[in-house]
Ligand binder design. Structure first.
Ligand SMILES: *Cc1c(COP(=O)(O)O)cnc(C)c1O
Length: 419
């Protein structure tokens, strides 16, 4: 008899889901349980795995770096993997993004972005300290990340700790002008430091997609009012939406950009916040009170940086974009069959992300059908975690058409069972 696990899992109601699945191996797009079952990782282990589990080039880079230098303080010290990685990130992003600040997770990269924006305005001598965010947004689970994210059941107990943010309505199709008008009004009110957005798709908010032209217009409005645009590309980065970064599709250059999840191919944790030169410059002073006071113990961990460098090499050496195109085409083909099916609504796709809503009386994240679907998928050897009645697939790029076909078959079957 194995004693009860002391592990407290994330986003897990232990009273409803008592047993976590024990995973012992990962390979490509597949996981293997301790008792030998295979599970297709249809959500890239929470959106992080891009090329597949244990990509040999990334694994080798981790081993080699662990043999040389494991960790070193990053204040006043530096190392080759961080230097090279920063240079290469600057090279593959728009030329306006000149500086790279390292951290360890998407949430911390957002905290850094918010602090950069407020530091910039304070050191520039302008009174701007308020943040704008989109309704339905998700930016992480730290206090700052929750503050700029959608309020609800997820963060109600912590509400007294969260700071006030002005919300701009999500640009619903046909109602984009409401978004623009609200953004203009908010910017016109003064005191706004930055608008933070998930470019082109709100992830945890329900895989809500909006067009590049809307992102471009939001950027234009921000610019007209001197408001900084923070692009939270934590989920959308690294090919997810069909381009390396989602902002590219809109021709938008953010003032600050956050990347994490796929930065190391999903192998080890790492995040970066890139910013414009003048944001760095505003902190650059012999006055030490203008220092950017942020760090975490593992800032720019050498092993994580080596993994990220190896990820960039995979992008250079392997036909990653072709795989993305393949996955996208497979989604498009399968989704067609769901469009006229009355059991489904809002069938949608952007790049490697496909989503559809199962029509149910009880919708929303806490909908009962969410856990039922999750179980049903798992019983079929598929890792899919619906957001309420929204089922989405966000697979590793090495997934085959046959792998994805299994998920779509299961969606059809489970929706029929639930109806
Ligand atoms: C996942 C996510 C985060 C938080 O990243 P963590 O690594 O989980 O802290 C922030 N923003 C977006 C858009 C995300 O999808």
């Amino acid at each position: 008899m194995i004693s009860k696990s002391p592990v407290w899992h994330p986003f897990t109601q232990h009273a409803v889901l008592p047993d976590a699945v024990m995973i012992s191996r990962g390979e490509g797009a597949w996981l293997e349980t301790a008792d030998g079952r295979r599970i297709f990782d249809a959500i890239s282990s929470w959106w992080v795995i891009t090329h597949g589990h244990r990509h040999p080039h990334i694994v080798q880079a981790i081993k080699d770096q662990a043999d040389r230098l494991d960790q070193v303080i990053f204040a006043g010290f530096t190392h080759e993997p961080a230097e090279q990685l920063a240079r290469r990130l600057v090279a593959i992003t728009p030329p306006q993004l000149e500086y790279v600040f390292f951290s360890d997770s998407g949430s911390t990269s957002v905290e850094v972005a918010l602090k950069m924006a407020l530091g910039f305005w304070r050191h520039s001598g302008e009174k701007r300290s308020r943040i704008l965010a989109l309704e339905g947004a998700y930016h992480g689970d730290t206090i700052g990340g929750m503050s700029v994210g959608e309020r609800g059941v997820f963060n109600a107990p912590y509400d007294p700790l969260l700071f006030d943010v002005e919300r701009i309505p999500f640009p619903r199709q046909g109602r984009e002008d409401d978004t623009f008008a609200a953004l203009k009004a908010a910017c016109g009110g003064g005191g706004i430091a930055a608008l933070i957005v998930e470019p082109l798709v709100l992830g945890a908010g329900g895989m809500l997609i909006y067009p590049p032209s809307v992102l471009a217009e939001m950027k234009r409005i921000c610019e007209a009012h001197g408001v900084l645009l923070i692009a939270d590309e934590v989920m959308t980065g690294w090919g997810r939406t069909g381009t390396l970064f989602a902002c590219e599709q809109a021709g938008v250059v953010p003032d600050i950009a956050c990347y994490s999840k796929g930065l190391t191919g999903g192998s080890v944790p790492l995040a970066v916040t890139l910013c414009r030169g003048d944001i760095f410059d505003a902190h650059y002073s012999t006055d030490r009170t203008r220092t950017f006071f942020h760090s975490s113990s593992y800032t720019a961990n050498p092993i994580a940086c080596a993994a990220a460098l190896a990820n960039l090499e995979v992008w250079e050496r392997e036909p990653v974009m072709e795989r993305i195109t393949q996955v996208s085409a497979t989604h498009a083909k399968h989704l067609e069959a769901f469009r006229d099916n009355l059991r489904f609504a809002n069938v949608r796709q952007i790049g490697t992300i496909a989503a559809l809503d199962i029509v149910a009386n009880d919708a929303g994240y806490m909908a009962d059908i969410g856990p039922r679907l999750y179980r049903g998928f798992l019983d079929r050897g598929l890792l899919v975690r619906p957001l309420g009645n929204t089922v989405y697939i966000m697979p590793p790029y090495c997934s085959t058409a046959a792998d994805l076909g299994q998920v779509y078959d299961a969606i059809g079957e489970l929706a029929a069972e639930i109806a």
